[in-house]
Every structure is written in structure tokens, then in C-alpha cells.
Design a protein around this ligand. Structure first.
Ligand code: ZN
Ligand code: FE
Ligand code: FE
Length: 304
């Protein structure tokens, strides 16, 4: 009985991808692009993801040769492309829009422009970005530098439709973005706020000190997000549990239910009607066989 039901689900998948019925949850994980960007699609679909996040190039390199037409085509025309109802990108970790070293800052602007362009070629709606680290310059100076940098990047690539999704951070070191107010400040002062949205990472906001310990607390935290940033800006949720304690400001992702956040927060996120169309993506440790993703996705689905 159960098997037949699953089969029916699978056979209707292509069609459902076109109709994107409200019942389909957008759940998946960050996927490696090893072997080419199109390989991420195969990895994600091999474990039934309906959403995925990818890097648009090696995430520890500043620059890369442009994507070839063939690479773009094999991604966009992949037979399973439509089965992923949400695909978005994450920027590389070297980019720091608040960098104090002029060379690093220049590299950051160029790398971000190039990654947005690559993401646009792959028709991805947004690129998740850590706002930046002020490296001692102070919060205010850092936020101003980030905002100006975003203005410059957008001015360089006026036709690129891929937005920047600013990610909430754990506030490790001098990293900005651990307060919702930081992201709101950047958005409010940016020249083109319509090109900005937000990605909320559960492990990060927990490490930053936000309370996710009970349904009541989670509701309060999201009310706060709505008041300060606005839920209409929320483009994606990184569903990660946290190895580290609330308020530790240390960013260590843990498998769902195995960390310190507890399942109440994930149950709320999975069940909340307003988040139904928001992709939920794991960034938890895993091996090549993706077994951990399978377990984490099952844990999350079971909360429905
Ligand atoms: Zn991130
Ligand atoms: Fe994240
Ligand atoms: Fe993280």
C-alpha cells in the first residue's frame, strides 16, 4: 500500500513540478557541484530533494573561468531540473564586503559580481551571502561599508536578476549579521533594496542568542524577525541544529535533533503555513553517500 503510494508520487513528480502544488514541501540540502554544476541536480534528486543550494564555483577560490555554454545548458536542460522546485546559490566564503585590506575588498566586489552573474546564468533567484566581518573597524563602519559595497556591485551588473540573500550569522569574531537589525540596516540603506532578500539560518540565530527553545519562543523570535526585517524578505531557511550553546556566537552545525536547538523550532518551521513556499535546506555534515541528509530530511518530514 505504502509502496504504491510512493510510486504514484514519483510518477506525478514532473507534472507536479510544473504545477508546483501547495502541498509540496521545499526541502533539501546543500549539494556539491563536483563534476559540474549539473551533477548537483543528480545528487539532490537521488535522495528526493525538492530544493537545493549550490556554490556556483569552488567555494575557496576567489575567481574561476566563466561557465561555458555547455555547462549552463547541461544544468538548465537536465532531465531532473524541473523536479527541484527551488534551487539557489551560496557565495564563497572568502568574500568580505567589509574587508579593510583594499586588495581583499576589491577581490570581494569582483568575486561577488561574478558569482551573481554565474547564478543568473543558471537562472537562480538569489545568492546567499554572509554580510561581512568588520575586522575591528566597528559595527557601524562595517555595516556602512557593506551597504556601499552592495550598491557598487549592483551598479556593475544592472541587468543581473539574481538577488543577494543576506544571511543571519552567529556573530563569530567580528562577523556582522547576528542581529536582525544589522540586515535591516543594510536593506534600509541600500540603493536597490528590491535586489536584496534574507536567508535565515537556525544554527546561526541560535548561536547569536535568539531563543528557539519552545514553540512560544520560536514564535516570538519570528515575530521579531517580521518586525525588524519583514517576513516578506525571507527567501530561504537553512535548517541546521547547533553543536554550540545559545548565545555562544560559535557557528558549528549539527544534525537535526542531535544539537542544542531541540525539535520545537524545526517542528514550527516545517508546519508553519507562511513558510510553505520558503525552501528549507540543510547544511549539516555529510559523507559522499548523503546518508546523513536522508536521515535529517526524514527527521524534518516526520515533524509534519
Ligand atoms: Zn552561509
Ligand atoms: Fe547557513
Ligand atoms: Fe554556518
Amino acid at each position: 500500500m505504502k509502496k504504491a503510494k510512493n510510486q504514484r508520487r514519483n510518477s506525478s513528480r514532473t507534472l507536479s513540478a510544473i504545477r508546483t502544488p501547495k502541498s509540496e514541501i521545499l526541502l533539501g540540502a546543500h549539494m556539491s557541484i563536483g563534476g559540474g554544476v549539473h551533477m548537483a541536480i543528480e545528487r539532490a534528486r537521488s535522495i528526493n530533494c525538492t530544493a537545493m543550494q549550490i556554490f556556483v564555483k569552488n567555494n575557496m577560490q576567489w575567481f574561476a573561468r566563466p561557465l561555458t555554454k555547455e555547462e549552463i545548458r547541461s544544468f538548465l536542460n537536465h532531465a531532473q531540473h524541473g523536479e527541484l522546485l527551488s534551487i539557489f546559490a551560496h557565495a564563497n566564503y572568502l568574500i568580505n564586503l567589509a574587508a579593510t585590506n583594499p586588495q581583499f575588498h576589491a577581490n570581494s566586489l569582483r568575486a561577488l559580481s561574478e558569482e551573481l552573474t554565474r547564478a543568473a546564468q543558471l537562472e537562480l533567484p538569489f545568492l546567499v551571502l554572509h554580510p561581512g566581518a568588520h575586522l575591528g573597524a566597528g559595527e557601524e563602519a562595517g555595516l556602512e561599508k557593506i551597504t556601499k559595497s552592495i550598491n557598487r556591485v549592483f551598479a556593475r551588473i544592472p541587468k543581473v536578476k539574481t538577488k543577494i540573500a543576506l544571511e543571519t550569522t552567529a556573530g563569530q569574531g567580528s562577523c556582522l549579521g547576528e542581529k536582525f537589525e544589522h540586515l535591516a540596516c543594510i536593506i534600509d540603506n541600500a540603493r536597490e533594496p528590491d535586489r536584496l532578500c534574507v536567508c535565515l539560518d537556525t544554527a546561526h540565530i541560535f548561536a547569536a542568542g535568539y531563543d528557539l527553545g519552545s514553540e512560544k519562543a520560536v514564535r516570538k523570535t519570528f515575530r521579531e524577525f517580521d518586525r525588524v526585517i519583514g517576513l516578506d524578505r525571507l527567501a530561504a531557511i537553512h535548517v541546521n541544529d547547533s553543536k554550540t550553546a545559545r548565545g555562544s556566537r560559535v557557528d558549528r552545525h549539527e544534525h537535526i535533533g542531535k544539537g542544542q536547538i531541540g525539535l520545537d523550532a524545526f517542528r514550527f518551521i516545517m508546519r508553519e503555513r507562511r513558510f510553505r513556499r520558503i525552501p528549507k535546506v540543510l547544511e549539516t555534515p555529510k559523507g559522499k553517500d548523503l546518508a546523513e541528509d536522508v536521515v535529517n530530511m526524514k527527521t524534518l518530514r516526520d515533524l509534519l
